[in-house]
Design a protein around this ligand. Structure first.
Ligand SMILES: Cc1ncc(COP(=O)(O)O)c(C=O)c1O
Length: 491
C-alpha cells in the first residue's frame, strides 16, 4: 500500500481532499444533504496542522500536549498523533482513545489532580506515569496505587480575566506547596515537576510571567525537600480562534523561561493547549428547520449590542411590542451550543448564501422542547432567510461536540474532514518517516517492532516480508485507524 492511500485510509471515507475555500466545501456538502436537513461540521485539517507548526515556531521550547477534553474528534487526534504532539488526558477513556492510536504512553500526561482510583490503576497498567496532584489525599491514593508514578504538583496562578477560571477547583497556592512536597517525600513518592493552568480562554497573557516565576520557587522547594524536578507544565490558557494571542503569550512565556528556567537547567517544558489547537478548525453548518414571525414585548429582546438596541427602539410600537423572527435549527444548547452555557462563548452565525433586501430582528433556537434552548436572543438577519437555508457558525471546535448530549432524542452533527493536497502530502511524508523511525523499536501501543515481528526481514529499516503479511506502514496505519490488535504473543 502506498502512503498516499494510507492517508485516505487513516481518515476514512469522511475525508475530502479539496482545493476549494471552506465556504465552497460547505456549499457542496449542504447541497448533497439538503434533503435530509442535517447539521454538519467542516473540519479543516490544514488549520490543525497550521496551528501546530505556528506553535513550534513561536515557542520552540514548549512541547504541546493537546488537551483531549477540548475536542476528542478522532481525525483531530490522529492528526496530532502524526504531528508528534503529546496529549493531556483526564480520564481512562481519554487515555485509552489516545493509546489506541499508537501514541506511546510517554507522550501522555494524566493531568487531573483528583483522579478516580480505577483510572489510576489503568494508567499504571498502560505505563502512563506522568500525573498531576494537588492534595494530601491524592498522594495517599497514589502511594497505594502507583508508587512509582512521576508526579507533577499543580499550583494555582489565575489570570485576572479568563473565559473559564479553573483556580477555584484545582491547584494549591504556592505557599501550600511545601507541605505536599514534604508529604510526597515521606511517602517515597517522586515529584518530577510543577504544573499550573492560568484559566481557559485567558485574556491576560502577562499572567505567564507570574505563574512561571511562582513555579520556579516551588521547583526550588522541591529540590530542598529531596526531589529532582525536571518538568515544567505551563498548562492551557491559549486563545483559540482567528484572533488568537499566541504571539503575545509566547513573548511573555519565552522571556520568563529564559529568566527562570534557562536551557542550561535541562528542564523539559510542556503545555496543555486545547482551545488553541481546534477552535478555528471546526465550522458548524446548520439548516433552518422552522421559522416563526411574531410580535414580542421589547423587554424580551435581550442584547448587549448598542446598535441592535437602537434598531429595536426604532422599530418598537408605543405599546412596547416589536416584530421579530424566530429561526429554529437542529442543534442547540444541549448539543454543540452547550458552549454558550458552559464555556461562555459568544456565537454569531453568517448565512451560507447572500440575501438582498431588509433585515429582521431575529432570535435563533435549538431543536429541543426546552425554552432554555435559545442560542441567540437577538441579532439582525435577512428577512427572507427561511426554512431550508443554512447558517454558518465559525470557530466551533472548542468545548462544543466534546460536551454535547442527545437530550430529547436529537443527534449531534457529523464531522466532514477536509484537507488540501499539500497537507495530504505533508502528512504522508510524516507517516512515511514515522514508519521508518519506528521500525526496529517497540511501539508502546502494541505495534510490534521489526525485530520482534519480522525476524526474517532483510537488514533494511523496513521489513521485506512482514510477519503477518502486512507492510510496516500498514501496521502503523492499523494502530492509528483502529485499536491495535497485534499483540507480541500473536507475533
Ligand atoms: C488540566 C487542563 N489542561 C488543559 C486544559 C485546556 O486549556 P484551554 O481550554 O485553555 O486550551 C484544561 C481546560 O479546562 C485543563 O483543565
Amino acid at each position: 500500500m502506498s502512503s498516499a492511500s494510507s492517508i485516505t485510509s487513516l481518515y476514512g471515507s469522511n475525508l475530502t481532499i479539496s482545493e476549494e475555500s471552506i465556504n465552497d466545501d460547505i456549499k457542496t456538502v449542504s447541497m448533497d444533504c439538503s434533503r435530509e436537513e442535517r447539521s454538519f461540521y467542516h473540519l479543516s485539517i490544514d488549520e490543525v496542522v497550521r496551528r501546530v507548526k505556528l506553535w513550534h515556531h513561536t515557542m520552540p521550547r514548549v512541547l504541546p500536549h493537546y488537551a483531549v477534553k477540548c475536542n476528542n474528534d478522532l481525525a483531530v487526534l490522529k492528526t496530532l498523533a502524526l504531528l508528534g504532539t503529546g496529549f493531556d488526558c483526564a480520564s481512562r477513556a481519554e487515555m485509552s482513545k489516545v493509546l489506541s492510536l499508537g501514541v506511546p504512553a510517554s507522550r501522555i500526561i494524566f493531568a487531573h489532580p483528583c483522579k478516580i482510583a480505577s483510572h489510576i490503576k489503568y494508567a499504571r497498567s498502560q505505563g502512563v506515569s506522568l500525573m498531576t496532584f494537588d492534595s494530601h489525599e491524592e498522594l495517599k491514593k497514589l502511594s497505594k496505587l502507583y508508587p512509582e508514578g512521576d508526579l507533577v504538583l499543580r499550583i494555582r496562578c489565575d489570570a485576572e480575566s479568563a473565559q473559564c477560571q479553573l483556580g477555584m477547583k484545582f491547584g494549591v497556592q504556592p505557599y501550600e506547596a511545601r507541605s505536599l512536597l514534604q508529604f510526597a517525600a515521606q511517602l517515597n513518592l517522586r515529584v518530577v515537576g510543577v504544573a499550573f493552568h492560568v484559566g481557559s480562554g485567558c485574556a491576560e497573557p502577562q499572567v505567564f510571567l507570574r505563574a512561571i516565576a511562582a513555579a520556579k520557587q516551588v521547583f526550588l522547594e522541591a529540590v530542598e525537600e529531596g526531589h529532582s524536578p525536571s518538568l515544567l507544565d505551563i498548562g492551557g490558557g491559549f486563545m483559540g480562534g482567528m484572533q488568537d494571542s499566541l504571539a503575545e503569550a509566547a513573548g511573555y512565556i519565552n522571556t520568563a523561561l529564559e529568566e527562570h528556567f534557562p536551557q542550561s537547567m535541562g528542564v523539559t517544558v510542556i503545555a496543555e493547549p486545547g482551545r488553541y489547537m481546534v477552535a478555528s478548525a471546526f465550522t458548524l453548518v446548520t439548516p433552518i428547520i422552522n421559522k416563526r414571525v411574531t410580535r414580542i414585548p421589547v423587554k424580551e429582546v435581550i442584547s448587549s449590542n448598542v446598535a441592535l438596541e437602537m434598531e429595536v427602539g426604532k422599530r418598537s410600537d408605543d405599546d412596547g411590542m416589536v416584530d421579530t423572527v424566530m429561526h429554529f435549527i437542529d442543534d442547540g444548547v444541549y448539543g454543540s451550543f452547550n458552549c454558550v452555557l458552559y464555556d461562555h462563548q459568544v456565537v454569531k452565525p453568517t448565512t451560507l448564501q447572500s440575501f438582498a433586501g431588509s433585515e429582521s430582528i431575529t432570535s435563533v433556537w435549538g431543536p429541543t422542547c426546552d425554552g432554555l434552548d435559545q442560542i441567540i436572543a437577538a441579532m439582525m438577519l435577512p428577512s427572507s432567510l427561511s426554512v431550508g437555508d443554512w447558517l454558518v457558525w465559525e470557530e466551533m471546535g472548542a468545548y462544543t461536540l466534546a460536551a454535547a448530549g442527545n437530550f430529547n432524542g436529537f443527534s449531534l452533527p457529523g464531522v466532514k474532514v477536509f484537507m488540501h493536497q499539500h497537507t495530504r502530502m505533508y502528512l504522508e511524508e510524516l507517516l512515511e518517516q514515522q514508519s521508518l523511525s519506528e521500525s526496529g523499536t517497540e511501539g508502546s501501543s502494541g505495534i510490534c517492532s521489526e525485530d520482534e515481528c519480522c525476524s526474517s526481514a532483510s537488514s533494511g529499516t523496513r521489513p521485506a516480508s512482514p510477519c503477518n503479511g502486512e507492510s510496516y506502514d500498514q501496521q502503523l496505519l492499523n494502530a492509528l485507524t483502529t485499536q491495535c490488535t497485534v499483540s507480541k504473543a500473536q507475533c
